[in-house]
Design a binder for this molecule. Structure first.
Ligand code: ADP
Ligand code: MG
Length: 697
């Protein structure tokens, strides 16, 4: 057994009582767990401040001086011990609420102490609550370098497990370690990445001798964390590629040529060309493609999908396009038939509302191979839907489809078809590499020329007059308007009430126009009907919850008003904004908030009014929120347990870790070489605490 597996209670200074708290509060069960409870920051203890230098900007500081008097103040739970402390340049009150008797007997008047803590201003006086106090020794005996600070919970603090106590326990843990800890990465990785040895890294992360040793230790531990995530992804992907054969789309044939020469009304953007090339390369290799296609709304993803389906057809395969709603499926169907008019490519639409007769015809035509492209909703993954030779599947707006549904698609042919997942919700590259690490990613990062950028404005909710005037002008010019109300998750009834009130209010404010409303509790058929009315401009204003977020295309709608915009996350705001700006006219997105806003909300609004770039927004979102609640994170199933690395700050380390993980798997796909045994062991250890989502949210 490794020393790292020592039960935490046997570390000197811990014992059964504290062990229980450490287990419950911070999941520390073993000595190894304890050493991976990394400090959250460091304090430079080489510098001693003067009292007269203290200002509100300082966090933790050290002072050198004497206690001139003790005083007990207050009654009951407000009872506290105050020590008047001075260094000759001013006075500070040191304050204790607990352990009063102990403190009073321990520290002596008029003796030199080093006091360490965080000064706060209270009744016009500086005070430091529960400071660390050490007798002043010779300069040469003072602790050198950086001192680690540890996060502790309220409950831990109540049991005197504060940062200082954690530091003592960790010191004690090191005293148990008699031999150097074995390396947790293989020698080739350590060498290739130029890493500090594991043992030294642990020592220096807790007791850094110099800032530069600390940097090396941090790099090493972050690298290791990210490396194992990447290694498990790369290994999984490589195994899958080994096992899964894919259909070969070897040639570019007649339908793609014809389409390209005679049907394509515009030039492809460079980004579209690049993505088509990537897909062609993938589908020609004999491996099964699993690719995520990201691109803002309107960047031309659907067109790319269509062209790939023509490639499939030229190679004797059928294709399917799956959409989250019937409306979207019908829109795709219309687009496809329009663009392919005059060609021999046969397209069919299959949704929940397809009549039985027609449905049967479609089923038969799919089996006989008469249909080349099937467009539909979930209806098309049902078992009765069988193809003659399905080779290519496109999933639009991935987050509506789970892994299980994808798997059912795979069973529709003797080997799985190629899969292209399209999403307009950009995922920052670092997160995509981690969460969707086994998918290949293509990006369309360029809009077709001549698009008008949506103008985004911020307005306060007390000033509606001008806004309504503006809406009126737009509608008079023939445009349409969305007004979105937030979902407040605590109560659906409240949400509906909100929406209902909004709806009545808007109807009153715009009696001359027709207003419709939509929310998630409505039946699918009702929603479709409302949507149809809006698409046909029978209603000019749509009042809605966020159900309209996904994919609807109404080019004539030019105004998106978002009520209580402070309640929405960045990616949601961006997604909603994507509902306008789809036609030739200038479009607007108007964010409505109260006057009082938190700093974070202001930041979000600023980002929204400042950029239309989905990737920039996704990066900002990741920075503001952390990766925990980003869409898709929960589904991934990638072991993922970050103690020290940060997907935003440490992206350079992440790329390096990925690169080296790929090299290792290239050289030794099954990690069979003896020197890679340690990698294999660590991977299975990691898989043991899989799905530890709590840590990242
Ligand atoms: P997405 O699926 O990414 O939202 P679409 O493929 O639906 O985007 O394209 C949006 C609109 O832009 C469509 O009307 C499409 O015909 C048009 N479009 C696509 N590619 C181009 C291009 N290269 N040049 C001009 N218009 C394009
Ligand atoms: Mg689309």
């Amino acid at each position: 057994m490794s020393i790292l597996q020592t039960d935490i209670q046997y570390v000197p200074g811990v014992g059964p009582k504290r062990a229980e708290i450490l287990q419950k509060e911070i999941d520390v069960f073993t000595l190894g767990d304890l050493l991976r409870w990394y400090p959250y920051r460091y304090i430079d203890r080489t510098r001693i401040y003067y009292v007269h230098e203290i200002d509100s900007a300082q966090a933790y500081i050290q002072l050198k001086g004497k206690i001139t008097a003790f005083e007990t103040l207050g009654e009951g739970h407000k009872r506290r011990l105050v020590a008047h402390f001075t260094d000759g340049t001013g006075f500070v009150d040191l304050v204790w609420f607990q352990g009063i008797r102990f403190v009073e007997s321990k520290y002596k008047l008029n003796q030199e102490y080093i006091v360490f803590g965080k000064p706060t201003l209270f009744n016009g006086k500086w005070n430091i609550a529960h400071p660390d106090i050490d007798p002043f020794m010779n300069e040469s005996d003072r602790p050198e370098g950086l001192m680690a600070m540890y996060n502790t919970t309220e409950k831990m603090k109540n049991h005197f497990l504060n940062s200082r106590a954690m530091q003592k326990i960790i010191t004690a843990a090191f005293s148990l370690i008699k031999e150097r800890l074995p390396e947790s990465l293989s020698p080739d990785v350590v060498q290739e990445a130029g890493l500090m040895p594991f043992h030294d890294a642990l020592e220096n992360i807790h007791f850094p001798k110099t800032p530069s040793l600390l940097r090396d230790a941090e790099y090493r531990l972050k690298f290791e964390e990210l490396f194992y995530i990447q290694l498990s992804i790369v290994r999984y992907a490589s195994e899958r590629k080994e096992k899964l054969k894919g259909f070969v789309f070897g040639k570019v044939g007649e339908s793609l040529h014809t389409f390209f020469r005679e049907h394509l009304p515009f030039e492809l953007t460079n980004a579209q060309k690049r993505v088509i090339k990537e897909i062609r390369r993938d589908t020609a290799t004999g491996r099964q493609m699993n690719r995520l296609l990201q691109g803002d709304v309107g960047s031309g993803k659907t067109l790319v999908a269509l062209m790939c389906m023509l490639i499939a057809r030229d190679n004797g395969f059928q294709s399917a396009l799956m959409s989250p709603t019937e409306i979207l499926a019908s829109q795709h169907y219309e687009t496809f038939t329009r663009m392919l008019r005059g060609m021999k490519v046969r397209v069919a639409l299959l949704t929940g509302s397809t009549r039985k007769k027609e449905r049967e015809l479609i089923h038969a035509a799919l089996l006989s191979g008469e249909i080349d492209i099937l467009i539909g909703t979930h209806a098309l993954i049902e078992d009765v839907v069988q193809f003659r030779n399905l080779g290519f599947v496109v999933i639009d707006e991935q987050h509506r489809f789970g892994v299980v549904q994808r798997a059912r698609l795979w069973e529709k042919n003797r080997q799985p078809p190629h899969v292209l997942v399209m999403t307009a919700t950009p995922i920052p590259r670092t997160l995509a590499m981690t969460v969707y690490g086994d998918l290949d990613v293509s990006v369309i990062d360029e809009l077709p020329p001549g698009r008008k950028q949506v103008q985004t404005l911020h307005r306060y909710d007390k000033k509606r007059g001008a806004l309504y005037q503006f809406i009126r002008e737009q509608i008079v010019q023939g445009r349409q308007v969305y007004i979105v109300y937030p979902l407040i998750e605590e109560s659906e009834t409240l949400d509906l009430k909100n929406l209902e009130e909004g709806y009545l209010h808007i109807r009153e404010a715009f009696p001359e126009f027709s207003v419709c409303k939509m929310h998630g509790r409505m039946k699918a058929a009702e929603k479709e009907e409302v949507m149809r009315r809006f698409v046909n401009n029978e209603a000019q204003i749509m009042v809605s919850t966020t159900v309209i977020e996904v994919g609807v295309n109404v080019p004539n709608a030019t105004v998106m008003v978002i009520e209580s915009a402070q309640r929405f996350g960045l990616s949601q705001l961006h997604q909603l904004r994507g509902r306008v700006g789809r036609g030739a006219d200038q479009s607007y997105c108007i964010l409505i908030t109260p006057y009082e806003l938190s700093a974070d909300t202001r930041k979000r609004i600023e980002i929204m009014t400042g950029t239309n770039d989905g990737f920039e927004i996704a990066e900002a979102d990741l920075k503001l929120r952390g990766p925990g609640d980003l869409e898709g994170t929960q589904q991934s199933g990638v072991p993922f347990n970050l103690h020290i690395a940060d997907l935003v700050r440490d992206n350079a380390i992440l790329y390096r870790a990925r690169e080296i993980a790929e090299k290792i798997i290239d050289r030794d796909p099954h990690l069979a070489q003896p020197e890679h045994l340690v990698l294999k062991q660590q991977l299975s250890r990691l898989a043991g605490n899989r799905y530890d989502w709590g840590r990242i949210s």
